[in-house]
Design a protein around this ligand. Structure first.
Ligand SMILES: Nc1ncnc2c1ncn2[C@@H]1O[C@H](COP(=O)(O)OP(=O)(O)OP(=O)(O)O)[C@@H](O)[C@H]1O
Ligand SMILES: N[C@@H](CCO)C(=O)O
Length: 332
């Protein structure tokens, strides 16, 4: 359930009066999502999404997130477009929270993605990286490798409650990341949370990307690693190389990887698994059971991390080394 802030009808009508969106027809809270309060908003001009930004989102980051969506939508990527009020502002204030209205994206997220969806998300991710290349704002990744140890330490040594031996395993991994995390790889704006619930499909085609609230500047191949980890494993924890091959090929068809990115992929995939294991571990140990936040199992990402630890070469993910070189014009 993600409606943390109640919005009354008169408050919303007042807020809407600043926009050229017609009169309020109806609104209702959307249960999905955990970070912010989202409402499906109907006015006499159409259907929109109203988002109220809650405590875990830093106000200072909002111009980056909202500006990025606007930049990507203008570059032709399908994602929510922020609606401006008559004074030109995309961000306002409603019920004591920063708030924004977005265009509504048709489609639904897919619970069981197959290779075709994986390929489509690979293509979309690379297109996002290319479209964001000239976005002028920057945002530091708040969950970069340097943030993992403090996040782990804020779990107060309780990791072994989730699985005996986990603290020692995390310590060893953190030391390795601190010593060997790659620095000199292509860098840019990344989505950083492109999980299946943030990608919509309509009639079998990818219809758009949502939820840019972890977007930041970081290694582009790290975003590919996050996406691979979220899309290419089965419920039983096994890696599906057919899906991995499709996702990588889709990505490389738009933006071929550099040799150094190919070499670094196993490390980046392990890091991505660590990042999601740690945020889940923190929530698992600290968020009260009766809270609105749906806690996700950190062990899912622990299993993925262990899989990546055994990978020696990116070819094991299904990425052909040939995909590293850009094909000559007119081919492929
Ligand atoms: N522009 C949009 N068009 C259609 N539906 C949308 C749009 N934006 C959000 N939604 C709906 O609202 C839900 C929650 O959105 P979103 O994932 O951005 O919320 P969040 O609270 O930031 O979530 P998360 O916990 O995943 O970070 C989505 O699953 C989707 O159903
Ligand atoms: N995608 C994240 C949660 C929302 O950011 C996870 O599955 O842990």
């Amino acid at each position: 359930m993600a409606v943390y802030t109640d919005v009354t009808e008169p408050e919303l009508a007042d807020f809407l009066a600043r926009y050229d969106l017609g009169a309020l027809s109806s609104y209702k809270g959307i249960a999905e999502g955990v970070e912010n309060s989202n409402f499906l908003l109907r006015t006499t001009s159409g259907t929109y999404i109203l988002t109220l930004y809650e405590r875990r989102v830093n106000r200072a980051d909002l111009p980056f997130f909202v500006g990025l969506m606007e930049h990507l939508a203008e570059a032709g990527l399908s994602c929510p477009l922020p609606v401006h009020d008559r004074d030109g502002n995309a961000l306002g204030e409603l019920s004591g929270r920063p708030a924004a209205i977005f265009t509504f994206l048709d489609g639904m997220w897919t619970r069981r993605p197959g290779p075709a969806e994986c390929r489509a998300v690979g293509v979309a991710l690379a297109r996002m990286h290319e479209a964001a290349a000239n976005f002028p704002l920057t945002r530091q990744n708040g969950l970069a490798p340097g943030d993992w140890r403090p996040l782990y330490e804020s779990c107060n040594g309780r990791a072994d409650e989730v699985e005996p031996g986990l603290s020692a395993e995390i310590e060893a991994e953190l030391a390795d990341f601190e010593a060997r995390w790659p620095a000199d790889l292509p860098w840019g704006v990344i989505h950083a949370d492109l999980f299946p619930d943030n990608v919509f499909f309509l009639a079998g085609e990818l219809s758009g990307l949502i939820d840019f609230y972890f977007a930041c500047n970081d290694l582009l191949a790290y975003d590919l690693a996050i996406t691979l980890g979220a899309w290419c494993f089965e419920q039983d924890g096994s890696y599906n190389v057919t899906k991995g091959r499709a996702l990588m090929a889709g990505y490389a068809s738009v933006r071929p990887l550099e040799e150094a990115e190919y070499e670094s992929l196993p490390m980046l995939c392990r890091g991505a698994a660590m990042r999601f294991m740690l945020t889940r571990l923190y929530d698992w140990l600290t968020v009260p059971d009766d809270s609105f936040v749906t806690k996700k199992d950190p062990r899912e990402y622990l299993r993925k991390l262990r899989f990546h630890r055994g990978v020696r070469d990116a070819s094991e993910y299904g990425l052909e080394r040939a995909a590293v070189t850009r094909p000559a014009k007119g081919m492929a």
